[in-house]
Design a protein around this ligand. Structure first.
Ligand code: ADP
Length: 222
């Protein structure tokens, strides 16, 4: 069985004249450890699909089965646990806490889950992402590329089975974006983590196992 099964999901926003059908029936399956890129014009439904897959939005109809769990049938506290323990997120604007050091930002998902960070393991993860030297620095002391690598380390720290990323290289220059794309791929292969990412960055698309394009709420090609 595939790791992620998406069965005919539909999602609309608004009503009457303002009704927008963001997803018009999307069916897709993704294997364990696959790195998938979602491409498509602005407004085609990429972010809505990512939100439905990660449990942030509930589709009108259809199912999302994540590692055997139908995520939209979970109770609210079960969804919160699933998102904390099994899912990692990477955002375009890094979403780091400015008053916390790189290390403190990275261990946050563990601390929020009352788990004790294994310092050696975190150091190895930071080394893998080339940011060990930034361990005690604040985000304001880091470049954009370094901040995004801290955010990537935070996404991997709880060893999630899947990571959702929304334009992770959108704020980086071409050289940092290329390095970040390669490191993200290497780390996902090391941990066997599935990645589903919205991007316009062709360097990121080049690193992917699979490119899925969406147009007007439909899967266009895979
Ligand atoms: P993309 O990520 O490909 O740019 P989105 O998934 O953000 O596309 O949007 C798909 C369509 O759904 C667009 O027409 C957008 O305006 C609409 N949409 C997305 N989110 C909302 C929302 N919260 N309220 C109303 N319309 C929305």
């Amino acid at each position: 069985m595939a790791f992620v099964e998406i069965k005919d999901i539909k999602k609309h926003f608004g009503c009457g004249e303002n009704k927008v059908e963001a997803l018009k029936g999307v069916t897709l399956s993704i294997d364990k450890g696959e790195m998938c890129v979602l491409l498509g014009p602005s407004g085609s439904g990429k972010s809505t699909l990512l939100k439905c897959l990660s449990g942030i939005e509930k589709p009108d109809t259809g199912e999302v089965i994540l590692d055997g769990v139908n995520i939209h049938k979970l109770k609210r506290n079960e969804t919160a646990l699933l998102r904390r323990r099994r899912i990692g997120f990477i955002y375009q604007n890094y979403n780091l806490f400015e008053e916390f050091t790189a290390y403190e930002n990275i261990v946050l998902p563990l601390v929020l889950d009352n788990a004790t960070p294994d310092v050696e393991e975190i150091d190895a993860l930071m080394e893998q992402l080339h940011i060990l030297g930034a361990k005690d620095k604040l985000p304001s002391e880091l470049s954009g590329g370094e901040q995004q690598k801290v955010a990537i380390a935070r996404a991997f720290v709880a060893k999630p089975k899947i990571i959702f990323a929304d334009e992770p290289t959108g704020n980086l220059d071409a050289a940092s974006a290329a390095e970040t794309a390669k490191l993200l791929r290497r780390t996902s292969k090391l941990f066997g983590t599935c990645i589903i990412m919205v991007t316009h960055d062709m360097q990121m698309a080049d690193c992917a196992d699979r490119i899925i394009t969406i147009e007007d709420g439909h899967l266009h090609s895979d």
